[in-house]
Design a protein around this ligand. Structure first.
Ligand code: PBG
Length: 324
């Protein structure tokens, strides 16, 4: 009988030993809760493809934010669902538009305990569902969209948002928004840039969440899932333009990209576990095929292990409770 010289199992022998040598530890403060708030809603509306997630009323939004604070969650990212949409997404820059009203409400009520973030993109507000304004031929007009983003940034900063999440994937958006903020004196407003954002089928349930009926697809501005190096190019551009935090999205199917971005970034790196990632877990768990809490935590741990320091997840409040 010859004995193995090396026995890695020694370090797995008991919960106490495993806890001692665990290399990745998620903390509730690293989690960011994405939320939807619907204009003129008096009650929350369930989202069918995202069990447990709702389109909030302003009151239920404040309640959810207070629960996130109690659970120790680090931040909240707000998406607006306006009653009326138009070609330029007017609701996004209206001071009384739902997103800006919600940001003001959260900044006033939980702003000291939770980092309040606004999604800075036009798709929730445009009738065609694209992330920008269209040119005469129906394509998304990059530079005209930047002007809209600048106006949107000022509206969100004035509403009291601490972080602006630039999710539109227009070229030059970080630099353009940064200049607009600085010129208006919003020197401390943090820009979270979606550096690598892929044109993903995993955003499917989100479309229901924001009641969007997208005409066409986003392939001319979001990245091709087949590509890797352009994520590093996007990262460098966003850093050059002044991004304070960078993000990779979706998360689990893009861990290679996340790891590469984390290796190179000189700012905090976040990742977004998107609606389809959430829906997959919920659907399989509803069939009894997987253990929901275990799989959700495993996915979040993997995203953290790959290099994300902050994670946007619809599980934020639940996961924060499982962790403590
Ligand atoms: C764009 C935006 C989207 C998501 C977040 N921001 C939709 C898209 O790019 O098509 C998707 C998030 C999710 O699926 O959870 N404003």
């Amino acid at each position: 009988m010859s004995y193995p010289l090396h026995r890695p199992r020694r370090l797995r022998q008991s919960p106490a030993v495993r806890r001692l040598v665990a290399q990745t530890r998620l903390h509730p403060a690293q989690l960011i809760l994405p939320v939807f708030v619907k204009e003129e809603a008096s009650e929350p509306t369930p989202i069918g493809s995202m069990p447990g997630v709702v389109q909030h009323s302003l009151d239920s939004l404040e309640q959810a934010a207070r629960e996130a604070v109690a659970a120790g969650v680090g931040g909240i990212m707000v998406f607006g669902v306006p009653t009326s949409k138009d070609a330029v997404g007017s609701g996004a820059t209206d001071t009384d538009g739902i997103l800006n009203v919600a940001l003001r409400r959260l900044a006033d009520t939980v702003g000291d305990e939770l980092v309040v973030m606004g999604d800075l993109c036009l798709d929730e507000f445009t009738d065609h569902g694209h992330c920008g304004v269209l040119d005469a031929r129906g394509g998304v007009d990059n530079d005209a969209t930047l002007e809209r983003y600048a106006e949107m940034a000022l509206a969100q900063a004035e509403a009291g948002a601490t972080v602006l999440g630039l999710s539109g994937m227009m070229d030059g958006q970080v630099g353009h928004v940064r200049r607009a903020l600085d010129q208006a004196g919003h020197l401390d407003t943090i820009v979270l840039a979606y550096a690598a954002k892929y044109a993903s089928g995993f955003y499917g349930p989100f479309r229901e969440a924001v009641s969007s009926s997208l005409q066409g697809d986003r392939a001319t501005y979001q990245q091709d899932p087949a590509n890797f190096t352009e994520s590093l190019r996007e990262l460098r551009l966003d850093l050059d333009e002044g991004a304070d935090i960078v993000m990779v999205k979706p998360a689990l199917p893009y861990l290679d990209v996340l790891a590469a971005v984390a290796a190179e970034a000189t700012v905090p790196v976040s990742a977004y576990q998107v609606s389809g990632e959430y829906a997959q877990i919920e659907a399989a768990a509803a069939h009894g095929w997987i253990d929901r809490d275990r799989v959700a935590l495993e996915a979040l741990t993997s995203i953290h292990r790959a290099g994300a320091e902050q994670i946007l997840t619809y599980y934020a409040a639940a996961a924060a409770r499982w962790l403590s």
